[in-house]
Design a protein around this ligand. Structure first.
Ligand code: SAH
Ligand code: DHB
Ligand code: MG
Length: 225
């Protein structure tokens, strides 16, 4: 009960923030509507988180972005909006049906030429990205078990000054459970790797809101990988 009330308030506050900073956005609304109509799960980032991704991309002057975990392309569109003309975004998605929806959503938002959706398990498609590296910003948001490997790939595909952002690092506090499931083990292993990797300096923030209690890790690549 307490929990439900809390969630309700978090959502109301997210709505307030979104009304202020992310008012009516037809391209993103259309992407979510098409995703829902196609039966995709509503596990996209929240609007205020999406805007944070865009602002971070702009703040670092990102020209090349890599996303791992596309779903319907909602976060993809936000990230693409952070790119300058001529920028490029590659996003990796295991599910071909989701990738199709994402392509349509991204094209409708005007980023068809800038964004490439690559289909396949990320662990299989990441090694093929060396020629397109380094990426200035890498957003990791696919299967949580894979996060430790994706983090290692992200560093490898970075340069000094690249930003690596990882979604879902708290999962309602499950990250504290040393005996947690494979997803939790994935996140704990990611924290361990990220905290001890001398090539990055990172932190993590808990988030609450329309998507519940979770968190976001942000890491700066501080040396040439
Ligand atoms: N970034 C999206 C949400 C991604 S949800 C947004 O915020 O809008 C996670 C996505 O990762 C799902 O679409 C899922 O199909 C995909 N995924 C799961 N396992 C994967 C894998 N091994 N490789 C690539 N993508 C994967
Ligand atoms: C899940 C995945 C996500 O990327 C997310 O933001 C929320 C939930 C999931 O797989 O349940
Ligand atoms: Mg996520």
């Amino acid at each position: 009960m307490k929990r439900l009330e809390t969630d309700k308030e978090w959502t109301a506050i997210d709505d307030y923030i979104t009304d202020c900073f992310v008012p009516g956005d037809p391209a993103l609304d259309a992407a979510l509507a098409a995703s829902e109509a196609a039966g995709l799960p509503a596990i996209n980032v929240a609007p205020n988180q999406g805007k944070l991704l865009m602002l971070l991309a702009r703040a670092i002057g990102a020209r090349r972005i890599l996303e791992i975990g596309t779903l319907g392309g909602y976060s993809t569109i936000w990230l693409a909006r952070g790119l300058p003309p001529g920028g490029r975004l590659i996003t990796l998605e295991a599910n071909p049906a989701y990738a199709e929806i994402a392509r349509a959503n991204v094209a409708r938002a005007g980023f068809g030429a800038m964004v490439e959706v690559r289909v396949g398990k990320a662990i299989d498609t990441l090694p093929g990205l060396a020629a397109e590296a380094p990426f200035d910003l890498i957003f990791i948001d696919a299967d949580k078990e894979g996060t430790p490997s994706y983090f290692q790939w992200a560093v490898r595909l970075s340069r000094r000054g690249s930003l690596i952002i990882v979604d879902n690092v708290v999962r309602e506090g499950a990250v504290l459970d040393a005996d947690g499931d494979a997803n939790v083990q994935g996140m704990r292993r990611f924290f361990e790797l990220a905290a001890t990797d001398p090539r990055v300096s990172g932190t993590a923030l808990q988030t609450v809101g329309a998507k519940g209690h979770d968190g976001l890790a942000i890491l700066l690549v501080t040396s040439e990988p």
